[in-house]
Design a protein around this ligand. Structure first.
Ligand SMILES: Cc1ncc(COP(=O)(O)O)c(C=O)c1O
Length: 401
């Protein structure tokens, strides 16, 4: 294997996969075991309950698949919908684009609402579509809560409010891959029917778990939905839940121990504190970008994401050079611009188990790179703006004497 050594730690600031905490690494460093033992059933129940706390739901049923976010998408769609069913979905970045592509390949009838990359979902269009849909042909609204490619967070309560206003029964399916466990997410309060995430983002685990919570309406829909499904079939899982042995096929036991460790870390910090930490880091990053005289890809502050900041570079710079230089010179990993914003945007991920000083290190790296590639930045300007915010907003660590 080719290996590119570099001194010190890599600064992993892509918006997933994220840093894996030491306690999580210790938790998955173990051998195989009998996944039908009573001890494993106890672990299984505890993680299935734990993810419900993470999604802020008491009414949903949770499923943990050995898959990625893409598999979790497929599970959400195929369990609740039948081929030909009409879905309204917003295409406003690479991940919403890919989910829509999956919907189309699964033979759903997708009414795609194209929005500018950098903007949030156009709620006026949704309002009009729901108002016109007298016969309730729309079976689901599918939305990416946090569009990781553009740094846009959509308002899920606003979408629920529109569905309620029109007394529309469509299911609300939400991709929370780069939000759940980092940005406020209230599955029950927001009336989300299916919510999903992946293990390699806020949870700081290796890639390999797709976590899905299905509310009562979604479980009811699953009884009649005719989309072919095998690996992701909720019914198979539900059978095993009744038996108290939880898994229709062999789970990755190591990943489930790691998930337990990650949930413990999150709940020890306090989920609300985790969310506040992300808000602090997000705001500090945006202040740094402003101090550099650069613009966000995100078009309006109400859509600002607290897990990823997409930075637009001036036309004479290729954003890929920023990312390459970061890796080559400073051992810093940043996110590239994807698809429509390739070359125009680079992304700073501030998601998962990351703290104030780590972020300041990454921001100082970005400043130096900007100077390296010929952008007239004042070294220290972004770091100073971010530090001023963090110095004011960072609380004492409550577990420390
Ligand atoms: C918002 C969002 N949804 C879905 C995915 C796809 O997840 P995965 O790569 O785990 O399949 C990603 C990946 O980055 C994402 O950011």
């Amino acid at each position: 294997m080719e290996y590119f050594p570099a001194p010190g730690r890599n600064h992993l600031f892509v918006p997933g996969p994220t840093n894996v905490p030491e306690k999580v690494i210790q938790a998955f460093s173990r051998g195989n075991e009998d996944h039908r033992s009573p001890a494993f059933a106890t672990l299984s129940k505890s993680v299935l309950d734990g993810v419900k706390d993470l999604f802020k739901t008491k009414t949903a049923t949770s499923f943990i698949f050995p898959t990625t976010g893409t598999g979790a998408w497929e599970s959400a769609l195929t369990n609740t919908l039948s081929p030909g069913d009409k879905i309204v979905s917003f295409r406003l970045g690479q991940f919403s684009l890919l989910w829509i592509d999956q919907m189309q390949r699964l033979k759903f009838n997708v009414d795609v609402v194209d929005c500018e990359w950098g903007a949030g979902a156009d709620l006026n269009i949704l309002n009009a579509k729901l108002a016109m849909d007298y016969n309730h042909e729309i079976k689901a609204i599918c939305i990416v809560h946090n569009e990781t490619s553009t740094g846009v967070t959509n308002s899920i309560p606003s979408i629920r409010a529109l569905l309620d206003k029109h007394k529309h029964p469509a299911l609300l399916l939400v991709d929370g891959v780069s939000s759940i466990g980092a940005i406020e997410f209230k599955m029950d309060e927001w009336g989300v029917d299916v919510a999903l995430t992946g293990s390699q983002k806020a949870l700081g685990l290796p890639t390999g778990l797709g976590i899905v919570c299905a509310g009562p309406k979604a479980l009811e829909a699953a009884k009649t939905a005719t989309s072919p499904r095998v690996f992701f079939d909720w019914a198979d899982y539900l059978k095993f839940y009744k038996l108290g042995s939880y898994w229709p096929y062999t789970p990755s036991s190591q990943m489930l121990y790691a998930l337990r460790a990650s949930l413990d870390l999150i709940f020890e910090e306090g989920l609300d504190n985790v969310i506040k930490r992300h808000a602090r880091l997000g705001e500090a990053t945006r202040l740094a970008v402003a101090a550099w005289g650069l613009k966000l890809c995100t078009k309006r502050p109400e859509w600002n994401s607290d897990t990823v900041t997409a930075v637009v570079v001036p036309p004479y710079i290729n954003s890929l050079d920023v990312v390459k230089m970061a890796w080559k010179k400073y051992n810093l990993s940043l996110g590239v611009g994807l698809n429509k914003v390739a070359g125009k945007v680079f992304r700073i991920g501030h998601l998962g188990f990351v703290n104030e000083l780590q972020l300041l290190g990454a921001l100082s790296g970005v400043e130096m790179i900007l100077k390296d590639i010929g952008y007239p930045v004042v070294l220290g300007s972004g770091v100073a703006a971010a530090a001023a915010h963090l110095q004011k907003k960072t609380p004492l660590i409550s577990s420390r004497l």
